[in-house]
Design a protein around this ligand. Structure first.
Ligand SMILES: Nc1nc2c(ncn2[C@@H]2O[C@H](COP(=O)(O)OP(=O)(O)OP(=O)(O)O)[C@@H](O)[C@H]2O)c(=O)[nH]1
Ligand SMILES: [Mg+2]
Length: 203
């Protein structure tokens, strides 16, 4: 889908969050799982910095997303720092719960958490921990299984099944940032969760 994007700010602290506005979509997952790439893929431009070095995104980065012709932003996308990567400085890891917890607890306009997992590796304990955290906070979430371009056929089916079993979810949306799989499906979830006024269309 074609959208216009605007970088708002990077917040390293709850006091720096932008004023709540349009329904907000948060993108969460382990370090290097592909959060920033997923955002770039669905908006069709490189707004979020990606890197093969885990721990690249260390702040919550906010973006306004607007459909062409709309006077106001339709959504705010929040690219969250990855968690659970041991090689980032220890102080920073210690900061994460403090930093993300107020966001998940208090952000009034948070409409959907997109919880991103990697289908090319077995389900990880950290993935389940994040979902349980979201369940505890009571935030709606959708699980997206990214990097499907790295696995094929049967293996993909098996990995998706295993993810559903171990993460205790009914659905994992297959996705690739290197192709088009899952993009429309994810947009549909965003429209539904945010109560946006028109269905997502392809293209
Ligand atoms: N093959 C493949 N590689 C991907 C996909 N999505 C992301 N990657 C790669 O995975 C690496 C990490 O991607 P990022 O989008 O920076 O990951 P992130 O979760 O934002 O990382 P942090 O911000 O460090 O937590 C990069 O090398 C990407 O090119 C995908 O769908 N397929
Ligand atoms: Mg990132």
């Amino acid at each position: 889908m074609r959208v216009l994007t605007r970088f708002m700010l990077s917040a390293a602290d709850a006091r720096q969050f932008p004023a709540a506005g349009a329904p907000e979509i948060a993108f969460l997952g382990r370090s290097n799982v592909g959060k920033s790439s997923l955002i770039n893929a669905i908006v069709g431009s490189k707004i979020a910095k990606t890197s093969s070095t885990p721990g690249r995104t260390q702040t919550i980065n906010f973006f306004e997303i607007r459909r062409p012709g709309k006077p106001r932003p339709d959504w705010i996308f929040a690219d969250l720092p990855g968690y659970g990567y041991a090689r980032v400085p220890k102080e920073l890891t210690a900061e994460w719960p403090k930093f993300i917890d107020p966001y998940l607890h208090e952000r009034p306009t948070l409409a959907l958490c997109v919880s991103i997992v990697d289908v090319s590796v077995p389900p990880q304990k950290k993935d389940l921990e994040l979902l349980n955290w979201l369940r505890h906070v009571g935030r709606p979430f959708v699980v997206v299984g990214t990097k499907i371009d790295r696995v094929s056929g049967n293996q993909l089916r098996n990995n998706l099944l295993k993810l559903k079993e171990e993460l205790l979810v009914e659905e994992v949306v297959p996705f690739s940032a290197k192709g088009t799989t899952g993009h429309n499906e994810l947009w549909k979830k965003i429209f539904e969760a945010a109560g946006t006024d028109a269905p997502a269309t392809a293209g």
